[in-house]
Every structure is written in structure tokens, then in C-alpha cells.
Ligand binder design. Sequence first.
Ligand code: KIV
Length: 278
Amino acid sequence: MSGITRNSVQDLYEKYRDGETLTMLTAYDAPIAAQVDAGGVDMILVGDSAADNHMGHDDTLPLTMAEALSNTAAVDRAVEDAMVVGDMPFGSYGASMEQSVENATRFMKEAGADAIKLETAPHGETTIDIIDRLTELGIPAMGHVGFTPQRMHQIGGPYIQGRGHTSSAHVDALVETAEALEEAGVFGVVLETVTEETGERVTEAVDVPTIGIGAGRHVDGQVLVTNDLLGLGGEAFKLSKQYADLDAVIQEAVGEYVEEVEDGEFPARENVFDPVDE
Ligand code: KIV
């Protein structure tokens, strides 16, 4: 599927400039991506949250480049309209400029991503330089500031950034980082788990769309993890909202199947093959 037929950076900017709120959700495989796309989101993030939401890990750190590329390629094959954003996994960037460019390029060339996203620490010069290089090379890049799960071990937990003593980042640092990312060429910034005031200040400071997850109401767009929205193996988080209960739907369907097989109701006459077609 060619990226040109899907939402481009220019399409997103048109909505942003018209004052419309942008929407983004995650997907890690083709069937969910197809439904999320059909639901009408502007962007699909093939998040490194696949590690915990899709692959059973405790956090995002174990996701490999091979897994991220495989997930992104599956999503690419299923999506017609939304921009597909590949999320660069922990350790896939930052070792050197060469490594970072090579891996970002693989998302576009091998997996069909339309853009990439990478997490940035407060005043994180390394990633800001990488984004500068990527955008020069024609790779649309999104920043990600606030709570950055890849730095979980350093931050100490999923604390709300920009507030009191539990935060490892001050509001000013987050604003300055977003400004530096804008200067480096990002087309948008994901803001994760920050106070609403921080979300608003960053949004006012930059002229690129801010996409919030737990960043309050005064941002330019919203992103959620689709598993949380669907009630699919997820926990209930304050920052999220559950719009369906797929765990219950799946359990009920499986329970019904088990019962029917055990009772000899399935397979039924209409499910079996005769020696000659009727
Ligand atoms: O990987 C992910 O799902 C993300 C979102 C939380 C923005 O980065």
C-alpha cells in the first residue's frame, strides 16, 4: 500500500489549521488496524506498547526492531486511509546517527510506515539531533515528551510529568524540549501523562500539533492504546476510557464454543463436507 494514498503530513496540517482535533490510536496487527482505520482515525501508531499489550511483556523495553517492523508491515497491509506511524523501539536509536538513520529508514522502506515516532528526554539533545537529520532526509518524525516509557527505569515509574516532587521533569523543560523538537522539524509531538496545564503550555508554545495521552483537554489531538479503549486485556487507566468490553465478548464466544463442542452441537450438519458437492 503506498503512503501517498493515505493521510499525509499536509492533510493533518490542514485539519490542524482548521482547528479540528486530530485522532490517533494504536494497532499492532492487520485485523485491528483495518477496523481502527475503518473507524476513521487520522493516524495509527504501531506503538512499542505492543511489547506489553500484544506480546505479554511487563513494559515496552523488550520490543526488538524485527518485531516492530513485522507489526508495522502488518498494519501497513491493512490500512487504507490513516497515516501509519512506526514507533522506534528502545535501543533502536541513539547509539549513533548512523544506527538511528538506518533503523528509521527501515520503517519506511521495509515496513511501509508513513512516519516514525521517537521518545525524547527533557532537553534530549541526542534525539533532537536525530530528528533534525531524519526530517532533512525526508522521514516525517513525531516527538514524544512527558512520561516516556522507554526511560521508565530512570524515571522510576509512570509518574505524572510536570507536577510536584513525583515528576522528573519541570514544565519549563518540557516546553523547551517541545520547542527544540519543532525547530528540528517534527510534524507533531505526543505528550504523555502530563498535567493539563503542561499540555496547554506546550500546545501554546509550538506551531505543530500536540497529541495527548493523559495530557488533558487543551491539546490538538488525542491518542489512546486501542486495547484500553476496547477493553481487550487492558487495565482501566485514569487517562483512558473503555468504549467496549471485548474481554467479555471473547470469553462469552469461547465459552459458547466449548459448550457446543462438548455437547456435540458443533459441528452441525451444515458444517460438514459430503463426498460429492450438492
Ligand atoms: O507505544 C505507544 O502506545 C505510545 C502511546 C502511548 C503514545 O507511544
